[in-house]
Design a protein around this ligand. Structure first.
Ligand code: YK8
Length: 177
């Protein structure tokens, strides 16, 4: 896998969790800019394991010329019970894209760590891996991996840029916060 984001933000850990993993104005705006539509989400629900789970469904717009213009996707997120509110959050997200070529062969596993750095700062790390559900032919596998990595790299660069804007807004001395 690869580390796509690893950065300290002037945003508290609790606020970062709220921005990324609740139905926040930030998430809604980011989805708008990315042309992610038909978004729906279940609430976070406790499982027998003690972890919290939720499922998101949405339609993504794709710019990769090898693929159709859009695909529906399902994202299963797990907030691990080891997480400590305000201190440390660990979320795994499995993303299944249903309408891209070879979609039944792979999914993407994104691991988000939010670690409190100080009262008003946190580190956000996102590590992603392409996982295979069945073994494709070698050439197909490298094709899927290459196209997934470039898509993920672009996505997380954009997410980082939008978070930096949010950080600037939140830290304005005369801001609403
Ligand atoms: C989530 C990983 C792969 C997929 C895409 C697949 C191409 C397959 C090409 C053929 C289009 C929001 C991606 C990038 C779509 C977007 C997914 C997002 C960014 C020719 C083999 C959607 C995070 C996420 C995870 C996986 C990404 C897909 O929050 O290249």
């Amino acid at each position: 896998g690869r580390l796509y984001l690893n950065k300290v933000f002037h945003i508290s850990a609790a606020k970062m969790f709220e921005l990324l993993f609740t139905d926040s104005a930030f998430t809604r705006r980011f989805k708008d800019i990315r042309k992610i539509s038909n978004a729906s989400s279940t609430p976070w629900q406790k499982e027998s394991s003690g972890n919290l789970r939720r499922t998101l469904n949405y339609t993504i717009t794709i710019t990769n010329p090898l693929v159709g213009k859009s695909s529906t996707a399902t994202e299963n997120q797990t907030l691990y019970k080891e997480s400590r509110e305000g201190q440390y959050y660990l979320v795994d997200s499995e993303v299944y894209t249903h309408d891209v070529p070879y979609h039944d062969y792979f999914y993407t596993l994104n691991r988000y760590y939010i670690i409190s750095h100080s009262k008003r700062k946190c580190r956000l790390r996102v590590h992603s891996d392409v996982k295979y559900r069945k073994q494709p032919w070698g050439l197909v596998k490298s094709f899927i991996t290459k196209n997934s990595w470039s898509g993920l790299e672009e996505y997380f660069k954009h997410l980082e840029a939008e978070l930096l804007e949010e950080e600037a807004e939140l830290n304005q001395p005369n801001g609403e916060m």
